[in-house]
Each structure stands twice: as structure tokens, then as C-alpha cells.
Write a protein that binds this ligand. Structure first.
Ligand SMILES: Nc1ncnc2c1ncn2[C@@H]1O[C@H](COP(=O)(O)OP(=O)(O)OP(=O)(O)O)[C@@H](O)[C@H]1O
Length: 292
């Protein structure tokens, strides 16, 4: 992998149209029409409970794709299958050119996949900068001896990783917090730090399990802006679970709706909003409420 990072060029005030990539980052895949992720007829059972029932999903490179559905619909199970935590009972997962019956968790970083979890999981004793650099551990190739001795290769690598962390901190506007203990920051900022840590290895596929859970409306708006900025700056493909329909409709390029483990709808947010099955099954609301 060969990323070029120019943190001084990371400027969030610039707007990058879909299909372009921020000059501070060079992602591995930037082609938009190629499906980066394909979930093919995946089923997953827990005893007698079907969590995923022959679910298909296809996400093009550079898209923001939302997975929605009522409680117990299978959303987390789907993310856990894509990130290799669960082995599906049948079906396959394709990431880029590679197809798996079970995604190998140990190869996730090399496959260019990173994820966040529903619950915050930050080390309380680490600063924001240190937390972000923990996302880069898999990127260290110099041996321990070379690091201890400060050999040129190790020094060069350390500098590149530091620059990587700096670029992410700049992109997510975390500069003012960089030396603060991550666990002491307001909840919304901690979630941003978590996003920064996941982004640090420059994944081509970023899986976000309820990144806005428990947030106020203002924090959600901020997180939406951040997620969009990440996609626009890095070209990463983003799959996220979110309950707030308003957020999903304004943030996503495409949406999958699950109910009782089945995919009941897939399409652009506007189509989803008007889909009677979605309104009935997931939202339990009127079309007007969905559109609100
Ligand atoms: N580890 C597990 N063991 C047993 N059953 C499970 C497990 N994980 C999920 N399930 C079951 O699988 C189904 C799908 O659960 P999942 O957590 O994927 O749904 P979800 O859409 O993410 O729900 P929520 O919005 O409440 O987080 C549910 O019936 C759930 O009870």
C-alpha cells in the first residue's frame, strides 16, 4: 500500500464533489462504479433464530450506504459478518476482488477494512493523538529491534505514520483536543476520536455501527458532516447503521432495509422513503412522518 499524506493540504472548507479525492489522501480505490462490497445470499442463524436470511447487498466504491431496520432486524449481524466477527452459515462476502465464506479478521487491515462499534471503546489513559495512532499499529512493518535502535527504516516509517495521524486529526478537526485524554472528552467528541482511529489506516471500507447512537441533534449533524467529509476526502466506501431516518435520508447515497433478517428494500433514500413495505415494517409510521 502506498499512501501519500500531505496533512498541510487537508482543508475541510473545500468541497470535493463525489468521485474526487482530497489531495491530502490517496486511497487505494477511487473508481465509483465498481462495487467495492458485495454480500451475496448470506444467511446467519443463532440456534433457531434467523438473524440474516439470504441477504444481498452491493455497495459501490465511494458510496455512503445506510443499513436500517427495526430492533432485531439483523443490522449488527450484517456488519459483524462483513467484518469477519461472525461466520455466515451460507453465502459469501466480496471485498474488492476477494471473495470469502468468512472474512478473515486477521487480514482486515490488509484488506483495507476498518470498523467502529456501537459502544464507545476508547482507552481512558490515552490522549487523542495516541488513540489515533493505535489505529496504525497494523501498519508498522519495521521489526522491534529496528524501532528500538531507531534505524532509518523505522524512523522513516514512524514519521509517515505520525503524518498519517496528523492528517486524520486535521480532517476531523481534533487539533484542539490532541493532547487531552480521550476518555474525558464530551461524548460527541469521543465518537469523533473513535472515527479518527478507524480512519487512520486509510481503509477503503469503513463500517460504522450506530455512529450517532445517544447523540443530541447537534452532535448528529456534526457526525453526519464528518462522515461526509471523510468520504469526500479519502474516497472511502462507508457502510453505517443508523436509526434516525432523517439523518439516513440526508447522508446516504443508498439504503438497505432489513426486517426479521430479510432485505425488504434497497435503493436511493427517496425510493426508500416512499416504499410502503418500509413504512409498514420498519418505521411503523405514516409516509408523512417518514418524509419529515
Ligand atoms: N450473539 C447472539 N446470540 C444469539 N442471538 C443473537 C446474537 N446476536 C444477534 N442475535 C439475534 O439475531 C437477530 C438479529 O440481531 P441483530 O443484533 O443483528 O439486530 P439489529 O438489527 O442490529 O438490532 P438492534 O437495532 O436492536 O441493535 C435478533 O433476533 C437477535 O436476538
Amino acid at each position: 500500500m502506498n499512501f501519500v499524506l500531505r496533512p498541510h493540504l487537508v482543508d475541510r472548507s473545500r468541497s470535493f464533489p463525489v468521485g474526487s479525492v482530497h489531495p491530502g489522501f490517496q486511497p487505494r480505490i477511487a473508481a465509483r462504479d465498481v462495487p467495492l462490497l458485495a454480500v451475496e445470499a448470506v444467511s446467519l442463524w443463532f440456534g433457531g433464530t434467523v438473524a440474516l436470511d439470504a441477504v444481498d447487498l452491493s455497495v459501490r466504491a465511494g458510496e455512503i450506504h445506510a443499513v436500517i431496520g427495526p430492533n432485531g432486524a439483523g443490522k449488527s449481524s450484517l456488519i459483524n459478518v462483513i467484518s469477519g466477527l461472525y461466520r455466515p452459515d451460507s453465502g459469501s462476502i466480496r471485498i474488492g476482488e476477494d471473495r470469502f465464506a468468512r472474512v478473515p479478521t486477521r487480514r482486515l487491515a490488509r484488506l483495507g477494512v476498518a470498523r467502529t462499534f456501537q459502544n464507545l471503546a476508547l482507552f481512558r489513559g490515552l490522549t487523542v493523538f495516541e488513540t489515533v495512532t493505535t489505529g496504525l499499529v497494523d501498519r508498522i512493518s519495521a521489526g522491534l529491534g529496528a524501532q528500538i535502535l531507531g534505524l532509518p527504516q523505522a524512523r522513516c516509517e514512524a514519521r509517515a505514520l505520525r503524518e498519517r495521524a496528523e492528517a486524520v486529526i486535521a480532517l476531523l478537526d481534533l487539533d484542539e483536543y490532541r493532547n487531552r485524554l480521550a476518555g474525558t472528552l464530551p461524548y460527541g467528541v469521543q465518537k469523533r476520536v473513535e472515527l479518527a482511529r478507524a480512519l487512520a489506516p486509510m481503509p477503503r471500507l469503513l463500517l460504522l455501527d450506530e455512529p450517532m447512537a445517544g447523540m443530541t441533534a447537534t452532535e448528529k449533524q456534526r457526525m453526519s458532516d464528518d462522515i461526509r467529509a471523510v468520504r469526500d476526502a479519502t474516497g472511502a466506501t462507508i457502510v453505517l447503521i443508523e436509526h434516525d431516518v432523517g439523518v439516513v435520508m440526508s447522508l446516504s447515497d443508498s439504503v438497505t432495509v432489513l426486517d426479521h433478517g430479510q432485505r425488504i428494500a434497497f435503493g436511493a433514500p427517496r425510493e426508500i422513503q416512499a416504499n410502503p413495505a418500509v413504512i409498514a415494517a420498519y418505521l411503523g409510521a405514516t409516509a408523512d412522518e417518514v418524509a419529515a
